[in-house]
Design a protein. Structure first.
Length: 117
């Protein structure tokens, strides 16, 4: 069977799309967190458009502990001095992984999930 360039390109694109979908589904969302609009003061000033925001009334420490248990193979990207209000995990590698960032803000815990920047 001879593959044409178009068929080969489609095969590669399908493979890349499946890989991207797999990466995005490997980032669990904290149980009970609901989608929300990221308020100013949470995360980066201008996060990438692919970033999904979630919010929960659960305490930051509870959410952080849940992610530590559920992301055992992820790299924790904790900033010194911020460990009680902000933390992040890298699932996969910086080139094609997913970052899960959580932050305590105005009595709620915000969770941002998206590509590394």
């Amino acid at each position: 069977m001879k593959l044409t360039l178009a068929a080969l390109s489609l095969s590669i694109l399908t493979s890349l799309t499946a890989t991207a979908c797999l990466a995005s589904t490997t980032a669990p969302v904290y149980p009970g967190a609901v989608p929300g609009t990221r308020p100013q003061g949470v995360g980066l000033k201008t996060p990438p458009p692919q970033v999904k925001a979630y919010v929960t009334p659960a305490a930051f420490a509870t959410v952080k502990a849940w992610y530590q248990v559920h992301l055992k193979d992820a790299s924790e990207l904790q900033q010194p001095g911020m460990e009680k209000t902000e933390d992040a995990f890298l699932v996969g590698s910086a080139g094609n992984g997913v970052v899960i960032m959580m932050q305590s803000f105005k009595g709620k815990t915000w969770i941002l999930i998206g590509p590394p920047v």
